[in-house]
Write a protein that binds this ligand. Structure first.
Ligand SMILES: *Cc1c(COP(=O)(O)O)cnc(C)c1O
Length: 388
């Protein structure tokens, strides 16, 4: 039995008719870019995220980029963000000529540590870009307080967190902008590239709509410079059709996470994660791995991340035994070669660096069977029994 990291074909089989019909209706209409399908998807995502407005764009990366553009971010501006995320978070900032200013993470959640943000704010800071990594929201309350006090814009990178919640608030609805990705491997994925920006501010929404079409309004009259950031109708139709199933898939991911937690404790591989954080800081003698900890109300488990010191050896061992796993992400952002000009060194953000060398994503997709989960845990147990 092989266990893939993700099985999109299994998901497709469960709703094939609906998705085929959604695609066929776009083909029938021959209306491919923006239009009624995109508008319907935007309305549905706005509603789902408890936001007033949603603007469909060409990718999650472009969602971040267009939000920064809407704020006129450019050279000389500093954007405070996490040192541990997918590249796009920092890449979009740098592409506009602005400076990504990194902050270390909370080692329990892997999200930006809000207590460390204030020290990184200067009179050039324009925005804070927290990431809701792996499907769990960053601590938004202190971030929003700080932003209000310093008059900063907050752009939520919610590419991994659509539908996640804390204190009754949905990812994307708290900051000035929330950015989603419909990359196929995200919890809500299209049949290609796609993304969306949500906001509660009608003026910001208007600016996003104009920037998306090269800044032209009316058409061919350009007061501002935008780009081609349009969402196509095919992606919108697929995403909209899949949205009806998202809560069911989220429940399955959460249940898979709970099952892993139990199996790891039973196997003597993990300390009881539901115990208090002191227990986690000092794992039980047998514990070899740290399982993820949900500290917010609705963790949607885009990834199920374990922490293990012999990470690379474990990953190779699992691959040999037919279990796929992945490293998100092997290099912290401040140590990426392209950011050498920022002058960072190893040791600057120790928790981000430690996460980059210790985290491993295990298969958590909704269709994962109990036998498959058991196999993943059995093989990990076998790795440690061999005393590597
Ligand atoms: C996937 C992802 C993005 C970018 O989304 P794309 O649709 O692939 O461009 C940005 N930030 C994070 C945290 C992501 O996981």
């Amino acid at each position: 039995m092989n266990v893939p990291l993700l099985d999109l074909r299994a998901q497709y089989q469960t709703i094939k008719e609906e998705l085929d019909a959604a695609v066929a209706s776009v083909i029938e209409s021959q209306y491919f870019i923006l239009g009624p399908k995109t508008q319907a998807c935007e309305q549905a995502i706005a509603d789902y995220s408890n936001c007033a407005h949603a603007v469909g764009v060409s990718s999650g990366t472009d969602a971040l980029l267009i939000a920064l553009m809407a704020e006129g971010i450019g050279p000389g501006d500093e954007i405070v963000t996490t040192a541990y995320s997918f590249f796009a978070t920092a890449g979009t900032i740098a592409r506009l000529g602005a400076t990504p200013v990194f902050v270390d993470i909370d080692p329990t959640t892997y999200n930006i540590d809000p207590a460390l943000i204030a020290d990184r704010i200067t009179d050039r800071t324009r925005a804070i870009m927290p990431v809701h990594l792996y499907g769990q929201m960053a601590e938004m309350e202190p971030i929003m307080e700080l932003a209000a006090a310093k008059n900063l814009v907050v752009i939520e990178d919610a590419a991994q967190a659509i539908g996640s919640e804390h204190r009754g608030l949905r990812a994307g609805s708290i900051g000035h902008y929330g950015c989603f990705s419909f990359f196929p491997t995200k919890n809500l994925g299209g049949f290609g590239e796609g993304g969306m920006v949500v906001t509660n501010d009608p003026d910001r929404a208007e600016k996003l709509f104009v920037l998306r079409v090269h800044g032209g309004k009316p058409k061919y009259h350009h007061k501002i410079i935008g780009g081609n950031f349009k969402l196509d109708a095919l992606q919108a139709a697929v995403v909209h059709a899949k949205l009806r199933h998202l809560d069911g898939w989220t429940a399955a991911r959460q249940s898979n996470a709970g099952r892993y937690d139990r199996l790891f404790i039973e196997a003597g591989l993990a300390a009881n994660a539901s115990a208090d954080s002191a227990a986690l800081a000092q794992p039980a003698p047998l514990a070899q791995i740290t399982t993820p900890r949900a500290v917010t109300d609705r963790h949607i488990f885009n990834q199920y991340i374990i922490r293990v010191t012999k990470r690379d050896e474990l990953k190779a061992f699992l691959a040999e035994r037919g279990v796929s796993s992945e490293i998100y992400y092997p290099i912290a952002l401040h140590l990426q070669e392209c950011f050498a000009y920022l002058g960072h060194a190893r040791g600057d953000f120790p928790e981000s660096e430690r996460a980059a060398s210790e985290t491993l994503a295990l298969p958590i997709y909704p269709e994962l069977s109990e036998e498959q989960a058991q196999k993943v845990v059995d093989e990990i147990a076998a790795f440690f029994r061999a005393d590597r």
